[in-house]
Design a protein around this ligand. Sequence first.
Ligand SMILES: [Zn+2]
Length: 205
Amino acid sequence: MPSEGSFLPERPLKLLAFLTSSKLAGRRQEQVLASPEVPIEVDDGTGVWTTDGMPMIYMPRHFFLNNHAAVESLVGRDKYAKSLYDAGYKSAWQWCERESATHGLRGVDVFRHYMKRVSQRGWAQFTVLSVDDRTGAAQVRLDHSVFTFSPKKGERVCYMFAGWFPGALEWAGRDLGRDWKLVGEEVQCVAEGAHDHCLFEIRAA
Ligand SMILES: [Zn+2]
């Protein structure tokens, strides 16, 4: 039997998902999720998955959440959150560097592409509510965040994402010739119990 607090799926994965696309222009629509929107290739020889030439790993959500909870309980939330912030920042920067070259995108368009891709990969549905291309300040709404499916309630639980936004936006700033110094923070979370979506604010450090 799994220990109390572990994250096993309570029911088969639903095929229905709320998807957003540029066509929908911010309107949410329930539709059947037939196949991933993100391109995936698998190397015959090594079994390595790639998207846009970048190696990827596909895993069960409960496996990821169990690992996340295990490290959080070992390290402590604050220390773990700080460490994840820095790692997330670095990874977002690296992702933007690679993807901008792959797709020929520049500046804030790379950030928007990043938000689309992480949505397509199932972390959450990320909607950019605002982004100021003079300062890098932004607001991002998250629906169906992977962390809000955990049984942990009463506090903000999506802190792993916090470094992703300043990492991608500072990259965009550098690409635009601007030296943005930003911080990202979740200011409301579904897991707190009073909100129907999570919200991140990114502002000058
Ligand atoms: Zn949240």
